[in-house]
Design a protein around this ligand. Sequence first.
Ligand SMILES: NC(=O)c1ccc[n+]([C@@H]2O[C@H](COP(=O)([O-])OP(=O)(O)OC[C@H]3O[C@@H](n4cnc5c(N)ncnc54)[C@H](O)[C@@H]3O)[C@@H](O)[C@H]2O)c1
Length: 344
Amino acid sequence: MSTKKYNVGIIGYGWAATAHIDAINASKQAQVTAIYSSRPLDSAELSAKHGGSIKAYQTVDALLADPDIHIVDITSYPSQHSAQAIAAAQAGKHTILEKPMANSLEEVRAIVAAAEANGVKGCVCFELRFSGQMIATRALLAEGLLGDLHYGEVDYYHGIGPWYGQFRWNTGKKDGGSALLTAGCHALDCLLMCMPGEVESVSSFSTKSKSEIFAPYEYDTSSVTLVRFKNGAVGKCAAIVDCLQPYYLHTHLVGSQGSLLDDKFHSMKLKTDKAHWSKLSVQLADSGDVHDHPYQTQFQLFFDALDEGKDMPQTSFKEALRTFEVVFAADQSASAGGAVVKVG
Ligand SMILES: NC(=O)c1ccc[n+]([C@@H]2O[C@H](COP(=O)([O-])OP(=O)(O)OC[C@H]3O[C@@H](n4cnc5c(N)ncnc54)[C@H](O)[C@@H]3O)[C@@H](O)[C@H]2O)c1
């Protein structure tokens, strides 16, 4: 029996879904009550495994037609996201949507428009914004400890090779898309979170490792994007999925009162010693494992926002659209050899 306010139906039952289910069930207001998969699943087994009462569906339409489901959570292949998110909006369901929102800007815009037209709210899984590291970074910026930022770089290093479950579909252009779209979008999103103001233009270059390990990729697996902001500030985002090293989200922000490097900073405002970094005691976003990601914090905020009839803070569909506009402009630039592409 459902005991909490929101029933959630999961679309796509892969790796991300398992972390989402735990996070949703740990929230104050929501529980997973349905799962759609193209594979036949057993309702009793799903319920025993995840707790509560979970009904297995074998078509998305049947799940969306269930009036007891209030929210859907889309964790399917990226090429399926837009059709499923639009159908969910038309069925009147609020939606949690894994990144990338979709594989083209037209599709992302259509998702945002469908949600608006049907009066439903969205939450995109840019969950790194809710990591201890990024919450502390935001707080530091809000206090003005770095002054006005004129330079920022947030880079994503995560080797997505055969050891990683997604490799079986991520290597294809259809679902992987680009280094920035499939994974680096997290870093670009964090860069846009930190830097004030709108993006004016981007220029991007891409390449690929010579390692045989990454040979199956149909697209360039390393890219670097330069970002010019309308206020004159500049930024950089590297998206590297063909590296052989530990996961690393590199963050370096430079402002008129100091700098931040990952979990270290110097601030003139605090009169710290410029010759040494001061340390923030926070958990770094240093893992690609979905079970280490702050989905619970993010989903709790989404359910709280729904309670109040408000948009999701930080990662609403509209806010995430802003990031994907830059992602797709950067990929357009990379395929044109680095040509400057205007954004918006
Ligand atoms: N926000 C993040 O940090 C993060 C992390 C991981 C994944 N994701 C996103 O989540 C989505 C799903 O990724 P994932 O890692 O869960 O991928 P996955 O390969 O585990 O699952 C992807 C899809 O494949 C299906 N699937 C899985 N195993 C299958 C099998 N044996 N036979 C048939 N279908 C199968 C799943 O039901 C799902 O629809 C993607 O959009 C991905 O980009 C985001």
